[in-house]
Design a protein around this ligand. Structure first.
Ligand code: NAD
Length: 333
């Protein structure tokens, strides 16, 4: 039986950790602290560890101490490993692993949910019903999804899952990606980016945030969109120029937006903050009936969290037992 320390435990992970312990017969000690210089001593006596933090793992002392304790791995329960000093990890013979894919469907389903909410004008009805107005105004007559064109930008794990859902609903699905994945041919017609912007009724973004994609949707792109277009961004807030989005909604260049991410979200999404600390751009967007915002929870399903926890612990166990794992980071540093 191996023993693991599970740093930075969130209460929603606890049942899935117990489930894994029961399934595999290994034991996991859950602690709420993140791994750093002050907390590394808690790893003494354990065979392995996992963490899930956006803050640095600390100085080289952390890596040296883990090696001294006989630990062979650092398993991060999320995609990004930018908080890990990969050079120090390699110097101290620690294999770093991450969980690159845990449930593309979770994020895809949230995007589709927001698009359907906007397509059927539920925000507008909510606002009207709050004032006891239960009428059927002509400008809220809706479209049905199978008559619509959905355009995706980025067709990796999440974009691909999104394409399959829209295709199953009967929509026409077009997409732009720098890499056209032939496996998606049954679900997607690949076109150029401008065609996605000009022809789509729903535009859904699924690229990483990298220099070439930062602000890829700005004033020029909104001008190309149809006035009935709905923009869906479940990827990264920095893909969209927020002020340009606000202007496009004001000018009725597009019909609505569904957002699980905003460019400045890290200061408030995931936390409870004082109302005074809520940014103006968020308040502006959230007040609109044709905008729906969620606080970066597209990933937050039982399936996704179970997969994060189980994949991380399975990989940690494999390495402790001397095996190799697919999710090890072999990057340049
Ligand atoms: P992925 O790597 O599987 O796919 C990304 C795709 O984007 C690839 O096919 C790539 O070729 C394409 N791409 C890269 N640059 C491009 C460009 N300039 N133009 C067009 N296409 C380009 O990634 P994924 O796992 O599908 O994740 C997609 C996005 O979703 C990422 O931004 C990720 O951070 C985000 N995400 C959000 C949540 C959430 O909870 N909201 C959860 C997980 C991931």
């Amino acid at each position: 039986m191996a023993r693991f320390i599970f740093y930075d435990t969130h209460d929603y992970e606890v049942p899935f950790v117990h489930e894994w312990e029961k399934k595999t017969g290994n034991s996991v000690e859950m602690v709420t602290e993140a791994l750093n210089d002050e907390t590394v001593s808690r790893a003494k006596g354990f065979d392995g560890l996992t963490c899930m933090q956006t803050t640095s793992l600390g100085s080289e002392k952390v890596y040296a101490t883990l090696e001294e304790y006989g630990i062979k791995q650092i398993t991060v329960r999320m995609v990004g490993v930018d908080m890990v000093d990969l050079k120090a990890a390699a110097a101290h013979h620690l294999t770093v692993t991450h969980v690159p894919v845990y449930s593309p469907r979770a994020i895809a389903e949230m995007g589709v949910t927001q698009a359907m909410y906007l397509l059927r004008h539920i925000g507008e009805y909510n606002q009207r019903m709050d004032k006891a107005d239960f009428s059927w105004p002509a400008d809220l007559i809706a479209d049905e999804i199978y008559t619509r064109t959905v355009g995706l930008i980025g067709t990796g794990n999440i974009g691909g899952a999104t394409a399959q859902i829209y295709k199953a609903l009967g929509a026409r699905v077009i997409a732009f990606d720098v890499f056209e994945n032939p496996a998606l041919a049954p679900f997607v017609e690949f076109v150029d980016k401008e065609t996605v912007l000009r022809e789509s009724d729903i535009i859904s973004l699924h690229t990483p945030l990298i220099p070439s994609t930062r602000n890829m949707i700005g004033a020029k792109e909104f001008e190309m969109m149809k006035p009935n277009a709905i923009l869906i961004n479940q990827a990264r807030g920095g893909l969209v120029d927020t002020q340009a989005l606000i202007d496009a909604l004001d000018k009725k260049e597009i019909a609505g937006a569904g957002l699980d991410t905003l460019a400045d979200e890290t200061t408030y999404f995931g936390h409870e903050v004082s109302p005074a600390d809520v940014p103006e751009d968020y308040k502006n967007l959230a007040a609109r009936p044709n905008v729906v915002i969620t606080p970066h929870v597209a990933f937050f399903t039982k399936t996704a969290v179970r997969n994060q926890v189980h994949i991380a612990l399975n990989d940690a166990l494999t390495i402790v037992n001397g095996g190799r794992v697919r999710n090890a980071i072999h990057g340049e540093f």
